[in-house]
Design a protein around this ligand. Structure first.
Ligand code: 13P
Ligand code: SF4
Length: 325
């Protein structure tokens, strides 16, 4: 309910004029809703987005959910609250739609750790190898890729490749190492990593486990192996949501980007979620704001575009992944 306040300068008058006031955030939210109605746009947001954005998003999800959704939903204008590789993936899969990233500098440092030239020279050294790239990679790298994967389906993707084939995997060496251990397959690993997940230390989890002995520990496969060794479950962000819902436990230690804690709290208000490290923040995920969303809806920009030939080749690798599930 809007509050009522006295108009400035009218104090003391007998006939005080009153007007409804809303907080600046509420006004922004209302304006966003209005522009969404006018433009027919939809807001997709990754599970690491700031709370205010999670609260107004039409759909929240992990990278796999969001790519599939972008393709499936009828809306022609998508405001993508996440980082560039995610918006690019949505644009590649939905060529007729306008995909807008409200802050164009919201990149992923891990995705930039492997260039198309790096990958081409690795492929030259292993010409028979199948190239599997984490979706956290640029469109140009995906265009040289045989099949993409996310943290949710990396093991399935690796298992879909004949056992006698060599496999190049990148850019994340930790996701690669984890999936190699799970599937028993040797992978030719690229040396990339996520600077935000690298901030989670095994000692922090050990300390929290002593403090909360009944807690279950969930970590993302982007964490270093010594951190994964402390976990009850190694899962992508979608997997964490399912695990928390199915588990009998009421307390969880969360080894991933801190935005995930808010996402879990929203879904399971009766359970307790403790971040493994308050420093595991992805600064790029936090570059999107309500103000930038409104500006995007007003100008219908900045749209993410991928050169047609690059998109065509990258689409094959992403579609192969989606078919696997
Ligand atoms: P999810 O696919 O698990 O949501 O992870 C994306 C990501 O960028 C993790 O850092
Ligand atoms: Fe990239 Fe790490 Fe941010 Fe995920 S959390 S988007 S991998 S920098």
């Amino acid at each position: 309910m809007p509050q009522l306040r006295r108009e400035k300068g009218q104090q003391g008058n007998h006939q005080v004029r009153k007007r409804a006031i809303t907080s600046p955030a509420q006004e922004l939210i209302e304006r966003i809703a209005e522009r969404k109605r006018e433009t027919g746009a939809v807001i997709l947001a990754h599970n690491y987005q700031p709370p205010g954005i999670q609260d107004i998003a039409d759909h929240l999800g992990d990278s796999l959910d969001l790519s599939r959704l972008a393709q499936r939903i009828p809306e022609r204008v998508i405001i993508f609250c996440g980082v560039l590789f995610m918006a690019e993936t949505a644009a590649i899969l939905s060529p007729g739609k306008t995909v807008i990233l409200p802050e164009p500098s919201a990149g992923c440092p891990m995705a930039d750790m492997i260039t198309p030239e790096d990958l081409a020279s690795l492929k030259q050294r292993h010409p028979a190898a199948e190239i599997v790239m984490y979706v956290n990679s640029t469109a140009e790298v995906k265009a040289l890729t045989d099949i993409c994967c996310t943290s949710a389906n990396a093991a399935k993707v690796i298992e879909s490749i004949p056992e006698d084939r060599e496999i190049i995997f990148g850019p994340d060496r930790f996701l690669g190492g984890w999936v190699s251990a799970r599937t028993g397959r040797d992978l030719i690993l690229w040396n990339g990593y996520c600077p935000s997940h690298q901030k989670i230390l095994p000692e922090q989890i050990q300390k929290l486990k002593r403090q909360y002995p009944d807690a279950k520990v969930m970590v993302h496969p982007e964490v270093p192996p010594a951190v994964a060794a402390e976990a009850d479950a190694v899962l992508g962000t979608g997997g964490m949501l399912r695990f928390a819902g199915e588990s009998e436990s009421n307390t969880f230690i969360i080894g991933t980007e801190t935005g995930m804690v808010y996402r879990l709290e929203k879904e399971y208000p009766g359970k307790t979620f403790i971040p493994a490290s308050p420093h595991a923040i992805c600064p790029n995920m936090k570059k999107i704001s309500l103000e930038k969303i409104l500006a995007s809806l007003e100008t219908l920009s900045p749209a993410v575009t991928v050169a047609a030939e690059t998109a065509e080749r990258a689409r094959g690798a992403i579609r192969r992944m989606i078919e696997i599930g």
